[in-house]
Write a protein that binds this ligand. Structure first.
Ligand code: URA
Length: 188
């Protein structure tokens, strides 16, 4: 069993926090071990909980459309979430839940060693320990992080549900994803 499969096998039986009590399926994440791009969302929603796969509902379709628009193949990226189980009524995951789930994220990142991590929204930033007052302080920026000994290059943008619901931030979201594509294709 490869390393990602080993982590997934632990995630599917995880009881480290109370989100495990109400889930149908946990959602470890999908994508190849050699992914250059590692995408972190917030938490599984209804469809993801039903199928055990990340970003397959409406915000997933919205994200896929924007990734495709900038020439990024979703199947080449590893896609996961700050927490691997659906919070009741799709509420935001609590910090203690993000904390409980972090070891899985660290494990996945340490196996994949991506060129770039794309943090989608506040919960993804929380999972990575990125501190700010407002998301707008860090959105559209990339930064180097020492994350539990792993050297990560992280780019931050909105969670796709925001530009999905409101038209105004869509141009900014597209601009951010273009920058993600540029960083992925750059030499360093
Ligand atoms: N929203 C997320 O943040 N992640 C998913 O997997 C689905 C919706």
């Amino acid at each position: 069993m490869n390393g990602l499969k080993k982590i997934a096998s632990k995630v599917v039986v995880c009881t480290l926090c109370d989100l495990s009590l109400k889930r149908k399926n946990s959602v470890p994440g999908t994508g190849p071990e050699n992914a250059k791009l590692f995408i972190i969302g917030e938490a599984p929603g209804k469809y993801e909980d039903e199928k055990g796969l990340p970003f397959i509902g409406l915000s997933g379709r919205f994200l896929n459309k924007y990734l495709e628009a900038v020439g990024i193949k979703r199947e080449d990226a590893f896609v996961t979430n700050a927490v691997k189980c659906r919070p009741p009524n799709n509420r935001k995951p609590e910090s203690k839940e993000v904390d409980a789930c972090r070891p899985y994220l660290i494990g996945q990142l340490s196996i994949i060693k991506p060129k770039l991590v794309l943090a989608l929204g506040t919960s993804a930033c929380n999972a990575l320990g990125i501190k700010y007052k407002h998301l707008s302080d860090v959105r559209g920026k990339s930064m180097d992080l020492d994350f539990f000994g792993l050297k990560l290059h992280v780019f931050i943008t909105f969670h796709p549900s925001f530009p999905m619901r409101f038209t105004k931030p869509r141009d900014t979201f597209l601009m951010d994803l273009k920058e993600v594509a540029r960083l992925l294709n750059s030499q360093q």
